[in-house]
Design a protein around this ligand. Structure first.
Ligand code: SF4
Length: 118
């Protein structure tokens, strides 16, 4: 048996999951789906910031386009940290396709304008 807090919505239901994946404590079906997924294939959307050159800001916030297996999070962060970016970048721009060998892309979550020194 395992105890979890549902993170799907702010209510944060306290869930209990048995070995045969029976879920109690969920106030809605989304919590049951979350608990089963957490027991069988836990995933997270990864968010971080990376350096960008010649932009109006020094750091660009990025995220995975979908949740990736928890075991891949470190590799996603490694690949993001190795990026060499130069402005401009558009919001939603794909920076790494199939990051860390997953089905997710790493995308920009904001626009960065190019700054010219003229
Ligand atoms: S079980 Fe449903 S109501 Fe409860 S936290 Fe999860 S999503 Fe929200």
């Amino acid at each position: 048996m395992r105890e979890l807090t549902c993170i799907v919505c702010p209510r944060g239901c306290h869930l209990t999951v048995t070995e045969d994946l029976k879920v109690t404590g969920a106030a809605c079906p989304r919590g049951e789906r979350y608990a089963v997924a957490e027991m069988t294939d836990p995933r997270r959307t990864v968010t971080t910031s990376v350096y960008i050159e010649k932009g109006d800001v020094a750091m660009l916030s990025v995220k995975t386009s979908e949740a990736v297996p928890k075991a891949c999070i470190e590799k996603v962060l490694e690949e993001a940290g190795a990026l060499k970016l130069t402005a401009p970048v558009q919001v939603g721009q794909v920076l790494i396709r199939k990051v860390a060998g997953t089905q997710a892309n790493l995308v920009a979550t904001r626009k960065v304008r190019e700054v010219r020194c003229e």
